[in-house]
Structures are given as structure tokens and as C-alpha cells.
Design a protein around this ligand. Structure first.
Ligand code: TMP
Length: 208
């Protein structure tokens, strides 16, 4: 049987890294074979593109080039990692996917959603996440948490207007697809966030 495709999304500073392992552990306990991966990244080419796209020192290029680089990384990731794993019955847990492109390149940079949709259709050939966790925090909370990092990347260093665009886009997408998205209030204490994720994931597992 084909595996399920689960993604984790949220603004910078929402606590993705910690909660990725909560999802992985819950799936493993439920006996699911899991592959954890990330975007941009997940392949040799993807990790090189990630360096280019995130590195704030020498990455001077326009928004369209950024969008295309992200989809180039995604094409390789889908073809060589995600699809083979899903076909093989492995559950794929991906730290960010195309919702992040709508949020960052669309909501943040201001690229028209229809241009992103065109690339999504072209590159993904019908592949969409089965379940998406959205860790939602007010921008100020995300800033406080991410602000503790010494070397902010090209997105972490953006103004609050960009970050509010990202958050609003995520929230709008989750409202448009309520059955795929589980919105988690990530401004709560870590234990409460963890519990909310476990409850939502266990409920999803019962439906599979
Ligand atoms: P992170 O994986 O540590 O959160 O860093 C990835 C960064 O890349 C994050 O700031 C969001 C950004 N990003 C995009 O701008 N568009 C995308 O499609 C993806 C997957 C990530």
C-alpha cells in the first residue's frame, strides 16, 4: 500500500525542529515506516540549492529565480526521494513543502499565487500532502524565538510585513483546506503543543 505524505509547516521560530521528531516518534510507535526529509533540500542537488536560497552573504538574485530554484529542488526531491518512498509503502514526513512556497514566495515576496500554481501543477504531477501540520504563532513570538539564532538566513532577516504575509497566507490556505490542515497553536507551552500534535496525528491514523 502507498505510504502517506505528511508535511510540517510554520513561520520561522514556530518550533518546527522539536515538533518534527514528535510526529516521527508517534508514527514509529504506530508501526509506520517513516522517512524524514526537508525542503528546500533532501537530495544532493536540493541541499546545494538550499545553500544558495538561504545564504544571506552572496545570494543576490530576484524573486522569480528564487521561486524557480525552489521548484528545481522540489522536482529532484519528488522524483528521486518522495515518490519512490511513497510507492514503497514508506510514510514521508517532510519539513516544509509547497505550502511554504505559497506562504514565503507568495505571501512574503508577493509573487502571484497563480504563477506558483502553474509550477506546482507542472512539477508535482498531482502529488499533494495527505496531512499538513501548521504550527501557528504570532510574528512577534516567532521573532523572539528565531531571534536567538546568531546567523539569520535570507527569510529570518525579513521585516515583519513579510512575516505577516507569510503567516496570513498559511492561515488562509489552512482555512481553504480544513481537512488536510491541522492548525496547532504553537505559542503554547511545548508540552501542550506536543500533546495537540499527538492527538491530531492519532486521530488521523485511525482514518487510514
Ligand atoms: P527551515 O527549514 O529551517 O525552516 O528553513 C527553510 C527556509 O526556506 C524558511 O525560511 C522558509 C524558506 N522556504 C521558502 O521560502 N520557500 C519554500 O518553498 C520552502 C520549502 C522554504
Amino acid at each position: 500500500m502507498r505510504g502517506k505524505f505528511i508535511t510540517l509547516e510554520g513561520q520561522d521560530g514556530a518550533g518546527k525542529s522539536t515538533n518534527l521528531s514528535v510526529i516521527e516518534q508517534t508514527l514509529l510507535k504506530a508501526g509506520k515506516p517513516v522517512l524524514v526529509t526537508r525542503e528546500p533540500g533532501g537530495t544532493q542537488l536540493g541541499e546545494k540549492i538550499r545553500e544558495l536560497v538561504l545564504n544571506s552573504d552572496d545570494s543576490q538574485f530576484g524573486d522569480t529565480a528564487e521561486l524557480l530554484l525552489i521548484f528545481a529542488a522540489r522536482a529532484e526531491h519528488i522524483e528521486s526521494v518522495i515518490e519512490p518512498a511513497l510507492k514503497n509503502g514508506t510514510w514521508v514526513l517532510c519539513d516544509r513543502f509547497t505550502d511554504a512556497t505559497y506562504a514565503y514566495q507568495g505571501g512574503g515576496r508577493g509573487i502571484d499565487q497563480s504563477r506558483i500554481k502553474t509550477l506546482e501543477n507542472f512539477v508535482q504531477n498531482g502529488l499533494h500532502p495527505d496531512l499538513t501540520f501548521l504550527l501557528d504563532v504570532p510574528v512577534e513570538v516567532g521573532n523572539q524565538r528565531a531571534g536567538q539564532r546568531s546567523d539569520p538566513d535570507r527569510f529570518e532577516m525579513q521585516e515583519n510585513e513579510f512575516k505577516n504575509g507569510v503567516r496570513n497566507c498559511y492561515l488562509n490556505r489552512s482555512k481553504a483546506e480544513p481537512s488536510r490542515f491541522k492548525i496547532i497553536d504553537a505559542s503554547e507551552e511545548l508540552d501542550i503543543v506536543k500533546q495537540s500534535i499527538e492527538i491530531a496525528l492519532k486521530a488521523y491514523l485511525k482514518t487510514t
